[in-house]
Ligand binder design. Structure first.
Ligand code: TXE
Length: 481
C-alpha cells in the first residue's frame, strides 16, 4: 500500500502528528493508500514556506516563471499514463476519460497561464491634459487553493497555474478522497525546478487542514471549488479577515432542447452533458427541458442511447461510465432515487446497481445512469444538486416557459441550448441566469473565457484575464503632468 506525503518547502514531508486517512478505490471498495491527515501545524509550516519563497518568486522575471511552468506541463505530459491511472483509481472515473480529458487539461492549464503572463497588459487612463494614471498589478502573496474530488488534477491545476504564473506562492489542498495526482504533481514540480516553497501541497480533511488554510492570517487569497454548503462556511470565515475570495460551487444545470434541435447530430453530446464522469461534474446538465412536440421522441431516443453506455471497470479502456467517488456519495445519490419515486417520478432507465460488473468490482460504488420523467420543477429532485448520474426530463410549451423553468433554481452555473434557430439561441442565452451558456455544444472550453456561477453557484470568476486579475492586486499611480 502506498503512503502519500505532503509537499512542503520543496520536500516530501510526513504529517507532523503522524495521522493518516484511508484512501479507498471506489471501483473495488478496497483501501489502496494512506493519506496524511494534516492539521494546523502542517498548514503553518506550508504557509511559512510559501511566505518565505514569495519575495524571490514575485521578483522572478515573467519569462523565467513561464519557463518553469512550461516544464511542469511537460512533466505532466511525460507522466500521462501514471497520472491517468491514479486519477481513475482515486475517483472511479474511466481511465480513458482521465487520459483524454483530465490529465491533458491539467497540462494545458499550466501552458495557458505560463504563456498568458507573457502577453498581459495593464490599463492607463489619461485625465484630460492634466494627469496620466497607470495601473500596476502585483501578486498578492500566499494563495490558498482548495479543490474537490470530481476533476482532481484538472481543477487543482486550474488554480495553481494562474496563482504561480502571476508571482504568488501557494498552499493547495486536494480533496482527501482523491489525493494521489497532487502528490505526483509535487514530484513533477521538483523535477521541473520549481523553487522550494513556491507551491506546497497539503493533504487532509476539509474541516481540519482545509479550515486551517482558510483561517491562516498570512493566506491572502482563497480560491475554492466544491459544495455550496462548504462555500458558505469558507465565506463566513474569510470575510472578517478581508481575504480575496472566489467560490465555484454547485449547479443544477438546465439542458434546453427545442423541437427543431438536430437530434441525429446532437444526441451523443446531450447524453455526454448528462452523464460524463458519472454526472459528477458541476457543469453536467441534470434538468433536461424538452419542447412538448419532441418530448416523447426525445425520451425514447435519449433512454435508448443512455442504456447503451458501457458501464464497467474504470480501468478497462472500453469503459464509458465508472464508479461513484465514495460509498457515502453513492448512498446520497441513491437516496434521491427513493425521493424521486416518492415524489411521483417514473424511472425510465437505471435506478439500480449495474448487474454485469467484473468480479473485481463486486464491492465498488456503482449506480446505473438514471433517467426520470413526470416530476414538477418545484420538487426536491429538481431543485437540489444530486451531483451524480441522475437526470430528469420535463416538457415545456414555448420559449417563455423554457426560460422560466430553466431559471426556477437557486443555482446558476451553466446551461445548454439545443436549437437550429439562431435568433432563439441568442434570446434564450440572454434570458437564462447562468454564468456559462453553451449553444449546440457542451463543455467546449476556451481557457480565456470567464468561468463561474451566479446565485448559489458561487461568486467571482476564474479563467483567462479573470484569474490573472484575481491573483493580482491593482494599484493606480496618478502622475500630474
Ligand atoms: O465537497 P466539499 P463534498 C457538491 C456536490 C457534493 C457536495 C459535497 O453536490 O455532493 O458538494 O461534496 C474541502 N474548509 N460538489 O463534501 O466538502 C474538502 O476537503 C476548507 C460540487 O466532497 O465542498 C475538499 O478539498 N475546506 C463540486 C473541498 O473542500 C473544506 C465538486 C471540496 O469538498 C472545508 C464537489 C472547510 N470547512 C462537490 N470543508 C463542484 N462545484 O464542482 C471541506 N473542504
Amino acid at each position: 500500500m502506498t503512503t502519500l506525503t505532503n509537499y512542503i518547502d520543496g520536500r516530501m514531508t510526513a504529517p507532523a502528528a503522524g495521522g493518516y486517512l484511508d484512501k479507498i478505490d471506489p471501483a473495488t471498495g478496497r483501501v489502496v493508500a494512506r493519506v496524511p491527515d494534516s492539521d494546523g501545524t502542517d498548514v503553518a509550516r506550508a504557509v511559512a514556506a510559501a511566505n518565505a519563497a514569495f519575495p524571490a518568486w514575485a521578483a522572478t522575471p515573467a519569462a523565467e516563471r513561464s519557463r518553469v511552468l512550461l516544464a511542469i506541463a511537460d512533466g505532466i505530459d511525460r507522466r500521462l499514463d501514471a497520472l491517468a491511472r491514479a486519477e481513475s483509481i482515486d475517483t472511479g472515473k474511466p481511465v480513458t476519460l482521465a487520459r483524454t480529458l483530465d490529465i491533458p487539461r491539467a497540462a494545458a492549464n499550466f501552458r495557458f497561464f505560463a504563456t498568458a503572463i507573457l502577453h498581459t497588459e495593464t490599463e492607463t487612463h489619461a485625465t484630460d491634459h492634466t494627469a496620466l494614471n497607470y495601473t500596476l498589478r502585483r501578486p498578492r502573496g500566499v494563495a490558498g487553493l482548495i479543490s474537490p474530488w470530481n476533476l482532481p488534477l484538472y481543477l487543482l491545476s486550474w488554480k495553481i497555474a494562474p496563482a504561480l504564473a502571476t508571482g504568488n506562492t501557494a498552499v493547495a489542498k486536494p480533496s482527501e478522497l482523491t489525493p494521489t495526482t497532487a502528490t505526483l504533481l509535487g514530484e513533477i514540480c521538483q523535477e521541473a525546478g520549481l523553487p522550494p516553497g513556491v507551491l506546497n501541497l497539503i493533504h487532509g480533511l476539509g474541516a481540519r487542514a482545509g479550515m486551517a488554510i482558510v483561517e491562516h492570517p498570512d493566506v491572502r487569497s482563497i480560491s475554492f471549488t466544491g459544495g455550496t454548503a462548504t462555500g458558505a462556511v469558507i465565506a463566513r470565515t474569510a470575510a472578517p479577515l478581508f481575504k480575496k475570495l472566489t467560490l465555484e460551487l454547485g449547479g443544477k444545470n438546465p439542458t434546453i432542447v427545442f423541437a427543431d434541435a438536430d437530434l441525429d447530430r446532437q444526441l451523443p453530446s446531450i447524453v455526454r452533458s448528462a452523464f460524463a464522469n458519472q454526472g459528477e461534474i458541476c457543469l453536467c446538465g441534470s434538468r433536461i427541458l424538452v419542447e412538448a412536440p419532441l418530448f416523447d421522441t426525445f425520451v425514447e431516443r435519449f433512454v435508448a442511447a443512455v442504456s447503451r453506455l458501457t458501464v464497467g471497470d474504470p480501468l478497462d479502456p472500453a469503459t464509458e461510465f465508472g464508479a461513484l467517488v465514495s460509498a457515502g456519495h453513492r448512498d446520497k445519490v441513491a437516496s434521491y432515487l427513493d425521493l424521486a419515486r416518492a415524489e411521483g417520478g417514473t424511472i425510465r432507465c437505471g435506478g439500480d446497481r449495474p448487474t454485469d460488473l467484473p468480479a473485481r468490482c463486486a464491492d465498488g460504488y456503482f449506480l446505473s445512469p438514471t433517467v426520470i420523467t413526470g416530476l414538477p420543477m418545484a420538487c426536491r429532485t429538481n431543485q437540489e444538486e444530486i451531483f451524480g448520474p441522475v437526470v430528469t426530463v420535463t416538457p415545456f410549451r414555448d420559449e417563455a416557459e423554457a426560460v422560466a423553468l430553466a431559471n426556477d433554481s437557486r443555482y446558476g452555473l451553466a446551461a445548454s441550448i439545443w436549437t437550429e434557430q439562431l435568433g432563439r439561441a441568442h434570446r434564450v442565452a440572454e434570458a437564462v441566469q447562468c454564468g456559462t451558456i453553451w449553444v449546440n455544444c457542451w463543455l467546449l472550453r476556451d481557457l480565456r473565457v470567464p468561468f463561474g456561477g451566479m446565485r448559489q453557484s458561487g461568486v467571482g470568476r476564474e479563467g483567462g484575464d479573470e484569474a490573472i486579475r484575481f491573483f493580482t492586486e491593482p494599484k493606480n499611480v496618478c502622475l500630474k503632468l
